[in-house]
Design a protein around this ligand. Structure first.
Ligand SMILES: Cc1cc2nc3c(=O)[nH]c(=O)nc-3n(C[C@H](O)[C@H](O)[C@H](O)COP(=O)(O)OP(=O)(O)OC[C@H]3O[C@@H](n4cnc5c(N)ncnc54)[C@H](O)[C@@H]3O)c2cc1C
Length: 340
């Protein structure tokens, strides 16, 4: 039987309510209960967030994060929800949707982390600032992009990062890009739910370019995406590509450009192992792209995860390659220790 406090709420939810009451500033009026995370994830899966608040004021977001960090509130910060697979059980704590999206274009570009990456590209390109063309068509926020060092077409957001403002252990401070420990689709914050620190603002170092040319480049990348990617709800590429030159040289029939780059695309491995079209419930490995798990309608989060496990096993059994998820499992998954 779940543990409940005298108020009838779980201890985690009770702590959220007490903390928000203590914060004041009218926050409680903005907070909703039992909001389905399926509404906030591009995969359209996930159960209820016990408490949910959408925040578009940067100072309020900083206060909320600092107070929650300082009082051990269970907290999940989401941007666009385009890189997550939230659990069917939802999240027994506070989910904050980051809608803080101010963009200032000066010598450096300063952006609040809730800004949509696509909007940032558009504003930067209009001002003749280059470097973000690869991001045209990548959904989600700047914060989510930094956490996974999002990228495409041999560029990534980490290449542009100059500085960060973070909330950590209840206080706001400015740190250099090395703090984030960026790697290929990785950073120190890629823990899924309940990270110890959160990103508030980023400063990016962009180049100069002709707006028409920048928009042309962005459109070109977007057209390539549209021609390859499925239209159904997804979290984008589900698995990371495999960077292993020795393995790339051994994989049969790998196109030469990948052998030269020492990269084996996860979609290639999935397709080669016959995973395209595989289904579990409403989840399917897209017949168009072997690295996209799509929600064909009515998929649960556990359908998605079971299917991902099947792909991983097939690829390991046939090729000896361990695929690693690029999408993050967030929320209260069985065995995650949540709710205890
Ligand atoms: C159709 C499609 C195409 C895609 N194409 C690409 C692509 O080409 N390249 C690529 O790299 N990705 C791609 N993605 C994946 C995804 O869009 C990116 O990873 C995106 O940057 C995630 O941002 P988000 O705001 O949606 O993150 P979310 O899904 O909201 O969050 C992801 C993680 O980051 C954490 N987080 C979010 N914001 C913050 C913050 N401010 N501070 C601390 N933690 C935070 C969350 O808690 C979560 O753990 C694609 C996805 C889709 C659906």
């Amino acid at each position: 039987m779940p543990i409940v406090s005298v108020s009838g709420l779980s201890p985690a939810t009770d702590l959220v309510d007490r903390t928000l009451r203590a914060l004041g500033r009218g926050v409680q009026a903005l907070v909703q209960s039992a909001v389905p995370l399926a509404r906030c994830s591009t995969l359209r899966v996930g159960g209820p967030a016990a408490r949910f608040v959408s925040v578009s004021d940067g100072a309020l977001l900083a206060d909320l994060l600092c107070v929650a960090q300082g009082s051990s509130v269970r907290l999940l910060l989401l941007g666009g929800g385009s890189n997550v697979c939230p659990a069917d059980a939802g999240f027994d704590g506070l989910v904050i949707q980051n809608r803080c999206g101010r963009i200032e274009i000066g010598d450096a570009v300063c952006v609040e982390t809730g800004a949509a990456l696509g909007r940032l590209f558009q504003q930067a390109a209009s001002a003749g600032r280059s470097g973000l063309e690869f991001a045209a068509g990548i959904p989600g926020s700047v914060g989510g992009a930094l956490v996974s060092n999002a990228g495409a077409y041999r560029s990534c957001i980490g290449d542009l990062l100059a500085d960060l403002e973070i909330a950590e252990a209840g206080r706001v401070r400015r740190v250099g890009p090395e703090w984030l420990q960026l790697g290929y689709r990785s950073s120190r914050l890629r823990g899924g739910s309940e990270q110890s620190a959160h990103l508030l603002r980023a400063w990016l170092r962009l180049g100069l370019g002709d707006p028409a040319g920048l928009f042309r480049a962005g459109r070109g990348y977007q057209e390539q995406r549209l021609s390859k990617q499925p239209w159904l709800p997804s979290a984008g590429s589900f698995f990371k590509n495999v960077n292993d030159a020795a393995l790339a040289a051994r994989v049969p029939d790998l196109p030469p450009r990948f052998v030269e780059a020492g990269v084996i695309p996860a979609g290639y491995l999935s397709a080669a192992c016959g995973c395209k079209g595989l289904r579990v419930g409403g989840a399917q490995v897209s017949p168009r792209h072997g690295n996209f798990i799509v929600n064909t309608g009515g998929a649960t989060a556990s359908d998605v995860r079971t299917l991902a496990d099947m792909v991983r096993s097939r690829v390991f059994d046939a090729m000896g390659v361990r695929l690693e998820e690029e999408a993050l499992y967030v929320g209260d998954w069985p065995g995650s220790g949540a709710g205890s």
